[in-house]
Design a binder for this molecule. Sequence first.
Ligand SMILES: Cc1ncc(COP(=O)(O)O)c(C=O)c1O
Length: 360
Amino acid sequence: MQNRIHNFSAGPAVLPEEVLQEIQEEMISYRGHGLSVMEMSHRSKVYQGIIDDACDDVNEILSLGNEYEVLFLQGGASTQFYMIPLNLCADDKVANYVNTGAWATKALKEAEKIGKKIHIAASSKDKDFTYIPKEFSISENAAYVHITTNNTIRGTEYKIDPDTNGIPLIADMSSNIMSKPIDIKKYALIYAGAQKNIGPAGTTLVIIRKDMIDKINPGLPTMMDYNTHIDKGSMFNTPPCFAIYVTGKVIRWILNKGGLKAMAEINREKADYIYNILDNSDFYRGTVVKEDRSLMNIPFRLPSEELEKKFIAETMEMNMLNLKGHRSVGGCRASLYNSQPMKAVQDLAQFMLDFEKKNK
Ligand SMILES: Cc1ncc(COP(=O)(O)O)c(C=O)c1O
């Protein structure tokens, strides 16, 4: 076994070692077929089996039943910022957004850019995005309400699946998808870049409730139209074959670990290691309100920027990488996605305690 670092990156992020090993075994000749998945025609039976299995596993893990379409698209979650209003907000409708940080702001700006009427249904900008707003004021004639269920930069997370009184709820779940059970019926559309919780960069999972398909605006550019990808099973053009293959394996890995309930318990246990330190320290400081803090991304500050620099430098010497906070907010951030091993979190917690003792 080769030595691996502890990787606290916000994304692309750590993948399960078991999955990497399986990929390694299948790299030169996928299951005896004599070629790797990267070299395979996406029109082959073997590849069709791979993408079908990935879709089935998404269906199983989220209990989608017959009501949703599962798509693996390209262009990242950022392309969904544009595709959602383009497809699902008619000209006489209003796109509602909850603004909980940089990603939510980017999403609503894309709707504005293409001339859609938007309404901010709630915002936590007044307190520098350090909390999740609990109430909405949804506009008249709303096309949908868009939320960001986990705010990767600020470290806040919805703890409930909000109620929008029948208005379609759309969620950017890029940084907490499949990290816990959700009430899927509440959501009209979910999307997530794979590269945090469920795979490598290169594919974006989009799950769309079938009743939304009738609402898709007519006459859209082919690649921007959800209908194109639904009709062709995510294979209108060459899909990101390898990224979908790896994502399928990570989702299978989550299922084999006991599914979303088991993930939620492990994720809670991992996050508690770090939050307990923040709560019992006058050296480290969490940056968001307690009730809304994320189990996935934990930002924290030290008493000074000098100490933060020293902390980052020393963690790197200990082979703990990517603990620097996002450049827009500074400080430190530990990302503890599904695939983050418990041992990495325990080692980080121990390091934090030792560092505090030495530098207080
Ligand atoms: C919550 C959230 N939404 C969207 C994005 C953008 O994703 P992508 O890089 O796949 O476009 C990110 C990336 O970090 C994110 O954290």
